[in-house]
Write a protein that binds this ligand. Structure first.
Ligand code: 3HC
Length: 709
């Protein structure tokens, strides 16, 4: 058994309890820790010198990260998981019923079981530090808050606000948590201890904090009155179903746990909560979501190459190209990393537009009171720009985001090399052009790398980092490290056309043209993919990406891989007709007022096709998905990604491959190579050799092996 996680000392009648789990970067609740809590509370109850308790974390930036996820994934049965939740509930109940007051001082992440513990205490103080986040992320792991969170949070802040947090698995920063009533006091980190201890002492002296119940007529109507509450639950259920399309059972179960508790009382609610927790904990969906959590956690430490040297900290960033991507990167860099950003474009009006676009996310934060005015001014001042390379000599990293054309990119590279320091890193934000080709123009090819961001940069969570053959290892670490500072999940991929994401999207997007030619309708194609769990179907995806961009990508892929990844003429025809997708107001769909307005029937005419029933939905889906899985397997065989983990995370974070399926490679494993090969052979026979199963899958089928052994 690990050393004690809890220690305490007495200060003038208050027991100051410190939770510091040894050999772990975060505090978490396991069975052993729970037992230690219970034993400590018993000792504190018996010690007559103790009048009150103040609980803190011993970790510098973390309060409690919740239940130990590694422990609950080992659970084999729903009954055992239910028992685990019930034991957690008992511990929280012990805290709430503790005869001496318990105050808690929160700094850093206070999540899941950690928040449930805080809710069980009698008084909550939190720091106003950005690292202090309070939330119940359980549904993101496919489970629900099972240690009384579904009961305590709605009772504290009202059903509506609680459902907002529980059903989305959201975390709130401390100021918002304070406004919602989740914490009683908000303080500077320097005085957290003193204020919490003082509160504990006052509680021991008989002071009872007065909590405002979430007020107003609306709260009375919707939170406290059974009829109103029914409306709240009905609306929440509808929203959950819209969002999850029935693929994720956890939010609905959480809703049931909250509703049951409010209707039948705390004791009944707890029972239902534990039972549902038990059922969810052993579902395949939960297993997949937990795997994604651990995969992304591992990726936070993985620089993608063996023996990676430590990254150079980027203090100053320079960007060439103030267009949509360039300004997106600039905006993300100031908001997330707080670095100095210098932008360059061909003329000043373009630079001005780019700077304004880069500031947009910041403007939005100011408008929504997420940052203070002085903070806004400080961050906005980090941005500057010009029509020359002035200032580039101070940059540690230069990212080019110019037109997707090899000679243009090479020209920019030459100019940057002349203006930047010898040790600066040059990164190309290309989506398809091999980095080695760009680097052919370089005097210092070892400083050249690819950083493929996805659009819109501030919202898309993935970054592909692409070292070329001659890129120095330190440059890889620097690019990966900086990507992480921008809040991205970073995968390092091989320098081959389309890298990982566009490579595996190619057959999926190309299939649209084949399907339309065979009489499928645009709506059917999209519906098939959405039914599978993609956030949008491939036709909508093409419109979102931009048909001109898609055309460019497909040309590169066709040239590189030949017939297998050759696009049909459809997209090119639409581009020629001025339809560029959402950004131009029309693509396959029409757009107006920022919304998709339905399929444009003129598109069928333009393409010379007629929707006439075409292939069945199941057949459409199999063609879309199997084509992608086949290409993903082939790319793994080509070592485009270092591990299947990177490939799955890339697909999930890059274009929303359904997380509950664990990614394309996990999904291929679930189907089994033998079945997938048989399906592909049938499709190849019927529709052409583009579906011929790749060697990797055939080999797996022969040997009965998998991507994840
Ligand atoms: N259980 C087990 N391990 C955890 C953990 C948890 N709840 N939270 C974090 N860890 C581990 C990570 O796996 C990682 O391990 P490693 O060093 O061996 O790779 C280590 O702690 C550090 O984590 P991060 O690298 O993610 O550290 P960050 O500082 O970037 O982030 C964090 C910290 C915000 C706490 C983030 O780790 C996080 O979001 N954790 C998960 C929180 C969560 O989902 N909690 C709910 C758990 S379920 C629950 O509580 C059920 C209850 O209702 C009964």
């Amino acid at each position: 058994m690990p050393g004690p996680a809890l220690t305490w000392e007495l200060a003038d009648g208050v027991a100051i309890v410190t939770f510091d789990l040894k050999d772990s970067p975060v505090n978490k609740f396991s069975r052993a820790v729970k037992d230690e809590f219970l034993a400590t509370f018993t000792a504190l109850e018996q010690d007559r010198a103790v009048r009150a308790i103040a609980v803190f974390s011993g970790k510098p930036d973390n309060f409690i990260a919740g239940a130990d996820i590694e422990e609950f994934v080992t659970i084999g049965s729903a009954a055992e998981a239910e028992r685990l939740a019930a034991e957690g509930q008992e511990m929280m109940d012990r805290v709430t019923r503790f005869p001496k007051p318990v105050a808690v001082g929160i700094h850093g992440a206070c999540l899941g079981g950690g928040l449930e513990f805080a809710l069980a205490c009698h008084y909550r103080v939190a720091t106003d530090h950005p690292k202090t986040q309070l939330g119940l992320p359980e549904v993101q792991l496919g489970i629900l808050p099972g240690a009384s969170g579904c009961q305590r949070l709605p009772r504290l802040i009202g059903a509506r606000a609680a459902l907002d947090i529980i059903l989305a698995g959201r975390s709130e920063r401390a100021p918002k948590a304070f406004r919602l009533g989740m914490v009683d006091e908000l303080v500077h980190p320097a005085i957290l201890q003193d204020i919490t201890i003082a509160a504990a002492r006052r509680l021991a002296d008989g002071w009872r904090p007065r909590r405002r119940r979430p007020g107003g007529v609306l709260a009375w109507l919707l939170d406290r009155n059974p009829l109103g509450r029914r409306l709240v639950f009905r609306a929440a259920r509808r929203q959950v179903l819209e969002r999850t399309k029935g693929h994720y059972p956890a939010p609905l179960a959480a809703l049931e746990a909250v509703e049951h508790g409010l209707k039948h009382g705390m004791a009944e609610g707890l029972k239902r909560e534990a039972r549902l927790f038990g059922q969810l904990a052993v579902t395949d969906v939960s297993r997949k979501l937990v795997q994604i959590f651990f995969a992304t956690t591992q990726l936070k430490k993985d620089f993608g190459i063996p023996n990676a040297p430590p990254p150079t900290a980027v203090q100053r960033l320079a960007i060439v190209g103030a267009g949509f991507m360039g300004s997106g990167i600039a905006g993300t860099a100031i908001v997330q990393a707080g670095v100095d950003v210098r932008m360059k474009d061909a003329d000043l009006p373009r630079v001005a537009t780019g700077l304004a676009a880069a500031r947009a996310p910041l403007d939005d934060r100011l408008r929504r009171h997420r940052i203070a005015k002085y903070e806004y001014a400080r961050l906005a001042a980090l941005l500057s720009g010009g029509d020359g390379y002035a200032g580039f000599g101070r940059a540690d990293l230069v990212i080019e985001a110019v037109f997707e054309d090899l000679s243009v990119k090479q020209q920019v590279l030459r100019e940057v090399e002349a203006a930047a320091r010898d040790d600066a890193v040059f990164a190309s934000n290309t989506s398809t052009i091999p980095i080695a080709r760009i680097a052919e123009a370089a005097r210092r090819p070892e400083r050249v790398i690819g950083m493929h961001f996805f659009s819109p940069v501030d919202r898309m969570p993935l970054l592909e980092v692409i070292p070329a053959a001659r890129t120095a290892p330190g440059v890889v670490s620097t690019a990966v490290g900086f990507g992480r500072r921008l809040g991205k999940t970073v995968i390092v991929v091989k320098d081959t056309p389309g890298f990982w994401v566009n490579r595996i999207l190619a057959p999926y997007a190309n299939e649209v043209g084949h399907l339309l030619a065979e009489g499928a309708s645009i709506e059917e194609i999209d519906a098939a993919a959405v039914g599978f769990g993609f956030p949008v179907g491939p036709v909508t995806l093409l419109d979102e990406v931009g048909l001109d961009v898609a055309e460019k990508v497909s040309q590169v892929m066709g040239a590189a891989f030949g017939e297998r990844l050759q696009a049909t003429a459809g997209v090119a025809a639409l581009v020629k007709a001025g339809r560029l997708g959402r950004k131009s107001g029309r693509g396959f769909y029409r757009y107006g007022g920022g919304k998709k307005r339905g399929v444009d029937p003129a598109v069928y005419e333009l393409l010379g096709v007629h929707p006439n029933g075409g292939p069945r939905l199941a057949e459409i889906l199999q063609r879309l998905v199997d084509g992608m899985l086949n290409e993903a397997a082939r790319a793994v065989g080509d070592s485009v990604v270092g591990t299947p983990r990177d490939g799955d995370i890339g697909a999930i974070f890059g274009f929303g491959f359904p997380p509950f399926r664990g990614g394309p490679l996990r999904h291929a494993d679930d189907l089994g190579a033998a079945r997938l090969v048989a399906e592909l052979e049938r499709l190849a026979e019927r529709y052409g050799p583009r579906f011929a199963p790749c060697e990797v899958l055939q080999e797996q089928a022969r040997r009965g092996s998998k991507f994840y052994p």
